[in-house]
Write a protein that binds this ligand. Structure first.
Ligand SMILES: Cc1cc2nc3c(=O)[nH]c(=O)nc-3n(C[C@H](O)[C@H](O)[C@H](O)COP(=O)(O)O)c2cc1C
Length: 228
């Protein structure tokens, strides 16, 4: 076992906690979140404090930090005002466009257009989805948790999903290679997900068999030892 460096979080600065968390909790999926303001103006921004937390109800979570002056980011403000958002999965094909959407444009700038992406009207919500994203989830705000003056966790219930037809089969399995999702690492790092493998969870009986097989390999039967 490797020697550890330990950290007492009660003694760390916000920045230090952030660096430890984003450096070790990896790869994080990236939601390119599309919203609209009450006038219907489109906004898009990436969030990697993001994950799927429940299937029934189907809940996606976003962690949104406020600006330094505590003002809401456009995404958080739009969700407060309209109660809806759409999560667009970031594939390698839209990585550069995603990065354009992270530019700190002022409110009212349509990042989808700036990035050369295509906004497609939502089926269930006012927020559009991004046509170039391989999978999009239309969400209705379920609850927003205020976890301090400068942050909120927004839980959204998924009302509809749109997945590239070639990537999903009739058993609802999604082709991970075709999805080609990008993960966020620490700092400005990213990871691709095509180094993919299956590892089914074992039953207790399968685990006992695996242990027996491993033991048999390590300890040769007595017969073999005697014959030496
Ligand atoms: C890959 C990536 C992931 C990000 N994740 C988050 C995040 O989880 N929470 C957050 O508040 N900002 C995050 N950001 C920064 C926002 O995308 C950025 O502040 C953006 O300008 C917000 O736009 P908005 O004001 O239009 O909502 C991330 C940026 C990048 C490039």
């Amino acid at each position: 076992m490797s020697e550890k460096t330990s950290f007492d979080f009660s003694t760390l600065s916000e920045r230090q906690k952030y660096k430890l968390l984003i450096g070790a909790v990896v790869p994080r999926p990236i939601a390119l979140v599309t919203t609209v303001d009450p006038e219907g103006r489109i906004n898009a921004a990436p969030f990697s404090f993001f994950n799927c937390l429940s299937a029934e109800p189907a809940i996606l979570a976003l962690g949104v930090e406020n600006h330094d002056d505590l003002a809401f980011k456009d995404t958080a403000r739009n969700i407060r005002m309209t109660g809806v958002f759409t999560v667009n999965i970031v594939s390698d094909g839209i990585l550069k466009a995603m990065n354009v959407c992270a530019v700190p444009f002022g409110p009212g700038i349509d990042e989808v257009r700036e990035a050369g992406l295509t906004a497609i009207a939502g089926a269930k919500v006012a927020a559009p989805r991004i046509g170039e994203s391989p999978a999009a989830f239309e969400c209705r705000q379920h609850v927003t948790l205020e976890i301090g003056a400068s942050r909120q966790i927004i839980l959204g219930e998924v009302l509809a999903a749109h997945v590239n037809a070639a990537l999903v089969n009739d058993r609802f399995h999604i082709d991970p290679y075709g999805l080609d999702a990008i993960g966020r690492m620490g700092g400005h790092g990213y990871a691709r997900t095509r180094d993919y493998f299956d590892l089914p969870t074992m039953s207790v009986a399968e685990w006992e068999n695996a242990k027996r097989a491993a033991r048999a390999q390590q300890d040769p039967p007595l017969k073999c030892i005697q014959s030496r």
